[in-house]
Design a protein around this ligand. Structure first.
Ligand SMILES: Cc1ncc(C[n+]2csc(CCOP(=O)(O)OP(=O)(O)O)c2C)c(N)n1
Ligand SMILES: [Mg+2]
Length: 345
């Protein structure tokens, strides 16, 4: 059965979660959705050179980030983790500045927020997470590294090496794969031999969990369990959150050239925010008044972040030449001088 047929089984439940927790999940998912829409508009207006949408992946991102402790843990994101950043408490104007290419890796404080710089190297954050996790163990601290990666990244050598190393050294790391079924234009079946990313965990000596990535409650429970295991010395876990990339890969992509939009439409109808809202109403965790208030607040916050990033000043162009070498070279100094003369013309 192709992956897109294996979920879509209607409703989800949040009866196993505290009402306040589900209200927080909803607030962050709603805000991320609105900010995502604003970001696409900013790209259309020429403010962002490009943007990668997280639409449809809000449950996977927000619920996994909510299971972490931002005071102790450390997140290693890809380029598509805006909703993780938001739920984890990263300063969002500084985060979105990355998409405006305002400064190397954005304007937020990577070390202070314990959220790594956006990493566009597919699979790149995964060995970094394992290195940090092994260091954390050696220090005797209780932090957990969260490695985000995609289905496409799962076939990179870096990811295999990192998982094996983590298994051998019982590193406190969670390998969180958002299987959105596309690696740009390459579908799962041409990317994942064996049909399952979670199943690979066995070969690395760790548990592997397949979870419905559009079910915020299920993602939260699976991640909380994996984080707890890592924190208490039980080693790493692979979580495969099965979801779907309903938007193009990025604002520069045209999926009409390589996929049938009927599958994307089926997944659009299984929207993680709608599923959570219905489940919360059913569980009695919130009423219509709650949703009206939170939806309005989310829209306002997304607009504030949009305005903040659109109005942020351009960096000083001479920074092109700083942070390249500790002691600059003659050639770089010459280039800097030429650049200075040209801008002063
Ligand atoms: C090492 C490397 N190879 C290739 C690319 C080009 N590239 C950018 S995104 C992408 C697809 C990644 O797919 P996946 O890991 O599933 O993440 P998704 O974009 O679906 O979130 C590719 C091949 C890259 N950035 N880095
Ligand atoms: Mg993918």
């Amino acid at each position: 059965m192709p992956p897109e047929e294996s979920t879509g089984q209607g409703a989800i439940t949040v009866a196993h979660l505290a009402p306040e927790l589900t209200r927080g999940l909803y607030r962050d998912m709603r805000t991320a959705r609105d900010l995502d829409t604003e970001a696409i508009a900013l790209q259309r207006q020429g403010v962002f050179p490009a943007y990668v949408s997280v639409r449809g992946q809000e449950a996977a991102q927000v619920a996994s980030a909510t299971a972490l402790d931002p005071a102790r843990d450390f997140v290693f994101p890809t380029y598509r983790e805006m909703a993780v950043a938001l739920a984890y408490g990263v300063e969002m104007v500084g985060y979105m500045a990355t998409h405006r290419a305002l400064w190397h890796g954005g304007l937020y404080d990577v070390m202070g927020s314990r959220f790594g710089a956006i990493n566009a190297v597919v699979g790149g954050p995964v060995p970094h997470a394992v290195g940090w996790a092994v260091g954390e163990r050696l220090r005797g601290d209780q932090g957990v590294a969260m490695a985000y990666f995609g289905d496409g990244a799962s076939s990179e050598g870096d990811v295999h090496e990192a998982m094996n190393f983590a298994g051998v050294f019982t590193a406190p790391v969670v390998f969180f794969c958002q299987n959105n079924q596309w690696a740009l234009s390459v579908p799962n079946e041409r990317q994942v031999a064996g049909g399952s990313i979670a199943a690979r965990a066995e070969g690395y000596g760790m548990p592997g969990v397949l979870v419905d990535g559009n079910d915020a409650g299920a993602v939260y429970a699976a991640t909380a369990e994996a984080v707890q295991r890592a924190r208490t010395g039980g080693g790493p876990t692979v979580i495969e959150a099965l979801t779907y990339r309903v938007e193009p890969h990025s604002t520069s992509d045209d999926p009409g050239r390589y996929r049938d939009e009927a599958a994307a439409d089926r997944w659009r109808r299984r929207d993680p925010i709608d599923l959570l809202r219905t489940a919360m109403l059913q569980a009695g965790h919130a009423d219509e008044a709650f949703f009206a208030t939170v939806d309005a607040e989310a829209a306002r916050r997304a607009e504030q972040i949009r305005d903040g990033v659109a109005d942020a000043p351009e960096p000083d162009g001479s920074e092109l030449f700083t942070h390249v070498f500790r002691e600059t070279t003659e050639e770089l100094t010459r280039q800097h001088r030429t650049w200075q003369e040209e801008v002063e013309l």
